[in-house]
Design a protein. Structure first.
Lengths: 258, 449
């Protein structure tokens, strides 16, 4: 795996929200084909990292760089990051009443195709593609007739994220607490979906609070984020250790140092 | 000279021309109306109802009056094609307030008893019918601009659907303003649907030349027992226009009425709407949607009277405001003491797209009965940032994402238009408007601005 090229390189990334520094110098390197898990206690900055990678401008990058496939992303708009192959699975997928799933997905796919210099997908091909990808996440077919996420249950919203991921075929997927609020069946479906989409060409960053998800999506590297820094990295056994002992021992280690 | 005095003097000076061919009942109505207007005058700045729309200065402008149709050379087919081409509708053109009928009679009577055409002609040909409703639904004492219109109005559209008759083809009234000088136009419509009658009416307001136009129109509508009326108004006038509409609707028992106002363009627009459900079990739904930019101003003032038990009203008003445009919504729902089992719902939601845009909203429920179900809500906000980011994160450009959210916002109102083809057409027009592709001049070959 070490010969694989580096897909994402985060260098000393500092991010503030309304003047308050949340990420205090993140360094992370992800290669194609890898799955990285980012764990950490609440409030450690996990979701901020995910949003900053996706380009939410509410989060101000005050320092550092995000290099993705050799390009600096920091000045790129969210839509261009998506078109370059970055996908964010939202912790709280947004309900958008009045925008139909079909219109939303078709617009998204065609925006990406246009960016790549491809023609818009004919309606028939689009519907066929939808049918195919629905199977990946076992999504209820009437959900796609509704408005985006409107009236979806928690589990349906998360499945819908993976469904969109399947349709958009990103190179780098960042899944922000995709497991939270899921029962074990939904968790398995979501994890299976992610696993089916894994390939040596793409990479996944799984952000989670619990080790549970990592039984299904087996990570190559596990990082612990605490107080805005990655304080520990290791292989999948680190996740197990965290599950058994909680975060306190790490907190103590870090707090003792500072 | 006071603006009021100008109008009083104008009325008395041209009394003979204004009331030419008036039957006595119309003459009496005019005289009563001018007295009423003399007493009320123009609504002042401090008047609560007109707090956000001060119209007197507009009426004080240099405006010419036509007391009879004036010949204006233009080729209708060449310069105008309607935004809402209704296949299979009866199109009635009203030019500067007068029914324009170069090829037909002033009043058309169908075999099934339907009558439509010039209100002036109808008031003479069918005095008993017209007298029963004209000036009775919209009283001059209710509203100064109704009084002013009653005193001055010359013509407009009359529509009569007799008992049990369903009008197959919609009536489309196209109000065209086209002149070589700044002008005031005050036309009047009267729509009467008898028991079990059914009709669909679309009113389109257009300006075709760049002059300043001031319109003060009144539409009186009566829906008889169990009658069914869809009435949609599409306003698309230029920024140098001012439009005051007064729509008064009386609904008899179990009648069903949908009233919609879609404002695409206009300089200053004030829409007064009063619906009185005076029969048990009547149902009304009122839709409103306006889109403003630059310095445009749209003020909706609505009153829904629940006078009798078991009536239902649903009101959905929305606005999208850009640049330095302003909007106002004042919606009163009045539930009378014996109107038990009333169901009333009102919502007013607005989106401000710029820092300079302003929206004033004032929902009002006045409930004097105790067994009712009423609710209302009003919001003024911005496009949902979370939703915007969600769409962008899927590769959709920011501008396109904004449009999708605005389309969704407006669709909420448009989707309630009953007739599918009209709904589709309005969706398209509103979409174009939001994309900045719809100018009121699109359909005009004059290219005057």
């Amino acid at each position: 795996m070490s010969e694989a090229k580096i897909m994402l390189e985060i260098k000393d990334l500092r991010v503030s929200i309304e003047g308050k520094e949340i990420l205090k110098g993140i360094n992370l390197s992800v290669k194609a084909g890898e799955v990285h898990a980012i764990m950490g206690p609440n409030g450690s900055g996990k979701s901020t990292l995910a949003s900053a990678l996706a380009g939410r401008d509410y989060f101000h990058i005050t320092h550092g760089k995000i290099i993705y496939e050799g390009k600096d992303l920091t000045e790129l708009a969210p839509e261009d990051r998506a078109r370059e192959g970055i996908f964010l699975g939202f912790q709280y997928p947004v309900e958008i009443p009045g925008v139909s799933m079909v219109n939303f997905l078709r617009t998204a796919i065609n925006s990406m195709r246009k960016y790549r210099g491809q023609d818009a997908l004919p309606a028939g091909d689009f519907l066929k593609l939808m049918r195919e990808k629905k199977k990946v996440v076992e999504i209820n077919s009437d959900l796609t007739n509704r408005s985006v996420n409107e009236g979806f249950s928690g589990g349906e919203k998360k499945k819908n994220e993976i469904f969109q991921m399947a349709l958009l075929e990103p190179k780098l997927a960042i899944l922000d607490e995709t497991d939270s609020g899921l029962d074990i069946d939904a968790l398995r479906i979501v994890a299976n979906g992610v696993n089916k989409l894994r390939s040596p060409q793409n990479a996944t960053i799984v952000i989670t609070h619990y080790q549970r998800l990592l039984d299904y999506i087996v990570p190559d590297v596990v990082h612990v984020l605490y107080k805005g820094r990655i304080v520990k990295s290791g292989d999948k056994s680190l996740a197990k250790e965290l599950e058994e002992h909680g975060y306190d021992w790490i907190k103590q280690e870090v707090d003792a140092d500072t | 000279m006071q603006t009021l005095d100008k109008y009083l003097e104008l009325f008395h000076k041209y009394r003979k021309q204004i009331g030419r061919d008036d039957l006595p009942y119309v003459k009496e109505m005019r005289d009563a109306a001018i007295l009423s207007f003399q007493q009320s005058g123009f609504p002042g700045r401090k008047e609560e109802r007109y707090k956000y729309t001060h119209l007197e200065p507009v009426f004080d402008g240099e405006l010419s009056f036509d007391f009879q149709p004036r010949k204006i050379d233009y080729d209708e087919a060449e310069i105008f094609s309607c935004d809402v081409p209704m296949l299979d509708s009866n199109v009635l053109t009203v030019l500067n307030g007068f029914f324009h009928h170069p090829e037909t009679e002033a009043l058309i009577s169908l075999n099934n008893g339907i009558i439509y055409g010039s209100l002036k002609e109808a008031s003479t040909q069918y005095p008993d019918l017209v007298k029963k409703y004209l000036g009775k639904i919209a009283s001059s004492n209710d509203e100064p601009f109704v009084a002013l219109n009653t005193a001055f109005s010359q013509d407009g559209i009359f529509l009569y659907i007799p008992e049990g008759v369903r009008m197959e083809r919609p009536i489309q009234i196209i109000n065209l303003l086209l002149s070589d000088k700044n002008q005031i136009v005050q036309h009047r419509n009267l729509f009467v649907l008898e028991k079990n009658a059914e009709a669909q009416v679309i009113v389109c307001d257009h300006t075709l030349s760049p002059q300043m136009f001031l319109t003060n129109s009144v539409s009186e509508v009566y829906t008889g027992e169990n009658a069914n009326l869809d009435l949609l108004r599409l306003q698309n006038e230029h920024n140098n226009s001012c439009q005051v509409t007064n729509t008064w609707i009386n609904q008899d028992r179990n009648s069903n009425c949908q009233h919609g106002t879609i404002t695409l363009h206009g300089g200053i627009v004030r829409n007064n709407l009063r619906i009185n459900m005076e029969g048990e079990g009547a149902e009304t739904s009122t839709l409103g949607l306006f889109l403003t930019d630059k310095m445009q101003h749209v003020d909706s003032y609505t009153v829904i009277e629940h006078s009798k038990p078991h009536c239902t009203s649903n009101q959905y008003y929305k606005g999208v405001l850009d640049d330095a445009s302003t909007g106002a919504f004042n919606g009163k729902i009045h539930v009378h003491p014996d109107a038990q089992m009333t169901k009333a719902f009102q919502s007013n939601n607005n989106i401000l797209l710029s820092d300079a845009a302003r929206m004033y909203t004032k929902p009002r429920l006045e409930i004097y009965a105790d067994d009712v179900k009423c609710s209302h809500g009003a919001t003024v906000g911005q496009l949902d940032e979370e939703g915007l980011f969600y769409l962008q994160s899927r590769g959709i450009a920011k501008d396109e994402s904004r449009l999708m959210l605005m389309d969704a916002f407006t669709w909420d109102v448009i989707s309630k238009i009953k007739q599918p083809s009209l709904r589709g057409r309005i969706t398209e027009l509103v979409g174009k408007r939001l994309r900045g592709e719809l100018s009121r001049c699109n359909n005009c070959a004059m290219h005057c601005d």
